[in-house]
Ligand binder design. Sequence first.
Ligand code: GLU
Length: 421
Amino acid sequence: MTTENTEISAALARIAPSRTTAMTDRAIALRDAGRDIISLSVGEPDFATPPHVVAAAKAALDDGQTKYTAVGGTARLKAATVLHFARDLGLQVPVSQVTVSAGGKQAIFHALLATLNPGDEVLIPAPWWVSYPEIVRFAGAEVVALATTASGGFRITAAQLEAAITPRTRWLLLNSPGNPTGATYSARELRALGEVLARHPRVLVMSDDIYAPLRYGPNGSGGDMHATLAVECPDLAERVLTVSGVSKSHAMTGFRIGVAAGPEWLIRAMERLQSHSSGNPCSISQAAAVAAFEGPQEFLADWRERFRARRDACVAALNAIPGLSSPVPDGAFYCMVDATPLMDHFGPASDPNRDEALALHLLEHGVAVVSASGFGGRDGFRISFAADDARVAEAIARIAAALTPAALNHANLASYTSVTK
Ligand code: GLU
């Protein structure tokens, strides 16, 4: 028997499906249907997960580690997480101040859900990662966009932060290196933001550092220590939640392991919520993450260099396409491409989501990307260059072919329907 009431909750009705995962699902469905699609929509390294990590997962299975663990992660993984924060981010925290979740996304979800009330405001530099504003809205709080520009390196300034804080501000969400722009804050810039935050003790700060190992310079030179707020401004550490993980650094996206370090009250609040949402993160994945944090890290330098070479090739090829421009990202593995000169083909300027039609047009030509409007930007798209060099080159050749005047004039743009419908 079917129910007559199929209404979803008011909280869910406030949010849209994730545009990164929706586009990726659509690309997978087209591929399953026999279409030749190159997916540059989701951010995941194409490199194989390191063999020692895979071996640790297998050994955990053989060892019967197939049961519940402590909700916030095994003692072994929490200890490895403490090591990771100290070694890779310079952040010294006791084991009582770290927790483990099913991906960094879940840590962020729990932290925001555990602390936000209706009426609270959350400051998010835009362009932002797709899930930040949706989680905030799901929690019933308000998103306050802090607009950034390509010429300003997609970074907010201290003055901009000061002007945006109100008595209702509860969180500032920082992401460095950032998704989708690669924006990377220097230690000096973080200290300037910290001076502002010091005057507003009610504001919590999320420092999403998941891309920390992937810095190319000039603002985030790969050789230097990654700069993170809780280290640069120790006086603020009691209200900073630093999020990290193994997905991007160790090509372990499918394992779903994220870690966080922060004040004990917040860590306990997140674990309280996790005890009712997923319970513990996957036991096998936790064993693999121990190997990732404790095992050799040398391969990272090689991966970073390969990503840097891809970034340079990708930016050059995109900028050679008439109508497209891409700044050089300082970190992560995305290019945020502006397509403003071409956008009249895809809808009136009054439509802030007309770049969805552009993304669907590119999909028609065999490349999956995510529209800029999904990230709080507009009139462009994000591509991930975390794919094999030849595939990225072929994808950009397809994009060029899709955007010639002839291809644009022949496109049946009206046939494109939203990727999230
Ligand atoms: N964070 C990655 C991305 O932006 C993975 C997909 C997602 O969770 O949004 O592509």
